[in-house]
Write a protein that binds this ligand. Structure first.
Ligand code: NAP
Length: 299
């Protein structure tokens, strides 16, 4: 039995659907007060009802409530967790979910004798990071590595579905200029969520994935200006690109993502995926294929 925690999220939902399609027995942690049914209607989450109809077994609990996790982890062979508080609010915070909640889950998995724990972290997880989510991710990685559980840490670069969509696709579709922070020339190995899901599935029964941390990136490192140029090529029209200074508002983007959007202009993050691709036999989606697919769905 596999347990997916975060199944009602975007990546978590994708992983759960793939597991069910492959015939794995899957249990999902569902929250009684989950905002996911509403968010799912906007394409921002996954409906628990649809996962259950597809064959997932629900257990009701919450990472903030350790007592709910014992039953959740009973008779589970492997835990996959994508849960995080970044797109949630109220009592779900980095502190309660990403730091303490993950500890609660690791402890419950240990007590239940879980054989493999797969944690979705982030490439830039760093205990010293000023971004609370990234320092909490690093703390969870260290806690898991010291737990005695067999683990796989998946540390992806930025998701195309989130960052290319916010910074480029939405302004292009709304006929607004693309706004970059600073130069907009720093290059990042944006990765498609489907490819992250494929790695998670491949890690489940591959012994090479045990007790290791994998940084995952897309097949090429591109800047937001490169992405805008790609949309120009695909759509056959010119896309204006404006620049703002770090800390200035980014039109059309919620304020809470301005610091992260600005941080992309302070470093490059190419990822050499040759070894990981060879070991796991996963094909990576180029940004152009992602953009063509996204536009075909929307336009
Ligand atoms: N966005 C990026 O570019 C990027 C890059 C690298 C890594 N990542 C990581 O990749 C993962 C993305 O997953 P995703 O897209 O599926 O996330 P998501 O859409 O934000 O979903 C969040 C999930 O966490 C669950 N959750 C939140 N608080 C919880 C609690 N107290 N107890 C139990 N579950 C709780 C939510 O459940 P409810 O629906 O019930 O609220 C939901 O299932 C995250 O770990 C993220 O940090 C993202």
């Amino acid at each position: 039995m596999l347990l997916v925690v975060g199944a009602t999220g975007q990546l978590g939902g994708l992983v759960t659907h793939r597991l069910l399609e492959e015939g794995w027995p899957v249990r999902i942690l569902v929250r009684r007060d989950s905002p996911s049914e509403v968010l799912a209607r906007q394409g921002l989450a996954t409906s628990a009802d649809i996962l259950i109809a597809a064959g997932a077994q629900p257990v009701y609990g919450d990472l903030k409530e350790p007592s709910s996790l014992a039953e959740t982890c009973r008779n589970v062979d492997a835990v996959i967790t994508t849960a995080n508080a970044a797109a949630r609010s109220g009592r779900d915070t980095v502190e309660t979910v990403d730091r303490q909640g993950n500890r609660n889950l690791i402890e419950a998995a240990k007590t239940a004798g879980v054989k493999h724990f797969i944690f979705v972290s982030a490439q830039w997880a760093d205990i010293e990071s000023p971004v609370a989510l990234l320092s909490a991710k690093a703390e969870t990685e260290a806690y898991l590595q010291a737990s005695g559980l067999e683990y796989t840490i998946i540390a992806p670069n930025a998701f195309m579905e989130i960052w290319i969509t916010l910074m480029v696709t939405l302004p292009v579709l709304q006929n607004r200029p693309v706004t970059v922070v600073g130069s907009g020339d720093r290059k990042h190995a944006f990765i498609a969520m489907a490819d992250v899901a494929a790695f998670i599935l491949a890690a489940l029964d591959n012994p090479a994935a045990r007790n290791r941390r994998f940084v995952l990136g897309g097949p090429e490192a591109l800047s937001f200006r490169d992405a805008a140029a790609l949309f120009e090529r695909v759509l056959g029209r010119s896309i204006p690109v404006h620049s703002v200074a770090s800390g200035e508002p980014i039109p059309g983007l919620p304020e809470q993502v301005w610091p992260m959007a600005a941080s992309f202009d302070s470093f490059d993050s190419p990822v050499d995926m040759s070894g990981t691709v060879r070991t796991f036999g996963v094909t990576l989606t180029p940004l152009e294929a992602f953009v063509r697919h996204q536009l075909a769905k929307i336009v």
